[in-house]
Design a protein around this ligand. Structure first.
Ligand SMILES: Cc1cc2nc3c(=O)[nH]c(=O)nc-3n(C[C@H](O)[C@H](O)[C@H](O)COP(=O)(O)O)c2cc1C
Length: 214
């Protein structure tokens, strides 16, 4: 490979979800840099139909967390519990249980992140369609990369969408605007680490599905 830029690739390969955050404030210039990175993302027709809400108000963060936790208690938590129940004991189950513990920690402490960035999109009067996310998630990924590049921890979360209408109301979103992701951001408690992904050969095909590329 030529022109390999280690900083970029290190950032991508060591950008696991950081679900344990310190409450220490994040400097405003870093927040601005993250937002600039988000705004630089590709988006359909360059319509830039997005909006980003920086949520720092403890009362608003707590109201959002209430719905985020409700979605965990009613749906996500029981789903994870049934997965664990059906897994054989061993390293895979241990790993999954660690991920669930981190997810539960973030759920309980969601509102304690010094800030959240909520990524919103103008989906118009007919609401979201299958392609809507394509014009907002690149911005979300850019912001995650920027946070990581600045030494900040973050997680892409979208569970609030289970109660999306309620959360969008808390955020004062006008009709036709919808939130797609909430990024709790702060200084990380743990260490940044490599993402865990399987071998490329299991997911890459040549010319047609099912034919090995590697
Ligand atoms: C669309 C989307 C929604 C997600 N929502 C949540 C969420 O609500 N809460 C959470 O803790 N993680 C969420 N994640 C993070 C994934 O769980 C995480 O990326 C995945 O487990 C891989 O872990 P890693 O990024 O640490 O390697 C979401 C990721 C994506 C792409």
């Amino acid at each position: 490979m030529t022109n390999l830029q280690p900083a970029l690739f290190d950032t991508m390969f060591n950008m696991r979800a950081m679900r344990r955050l310190k409450p220490d404030p994040v400097p405003a210039d870093m927040v601005e840099q993250i937002l600039r990175a988000g705004q630089a993302a590709p988006n359909g027709g360059n319509a830039q139909a997005w909006g980003f809400i920086v949520v720092e108000d403890p009362a608003i963060k707590k109201q959002i967390q209430t719905y985020y936790a409700k979605a965990y208690d009613e749906l996500v938590g029981p789903h994870y519990a049934s997965i664990i129940e059906n897994m054989d004991e061993g390293p895979d189950r241990d790993k999954f249980e660690r991920q669930v513990a981190a997810t539960k920690h973030l759920t309980d402490h969601y509102h304690e992140a010094p800030l959240m960035i909520v990524a919103c999109l103008n989906v118009g009067p007919n609401g979201a369609n299958g392609g809507s996310g394509a014009s907002i998630y690149p911005a979300v990924q850019n912001m995650l990369l920027a946070a990581r590049g600045l030494g900040l921890g973050a997680t892409l979360t979208s569970r609030h969408m289970i109660f999306g209408k309620d959360v969008d109301k808390i955020l004062g979103l006008p009709s036709g605007i919808m939130s797609f992701a909430i990024l709790p951001i702060g200084y990380a408690e743990g260490n940044f680490g490599p993402v865990g992904r399987g071998p490329l050969k299991d997911i890459v095909h040549k010319d047609q599905w099912g034919q090995g590329y590697f």
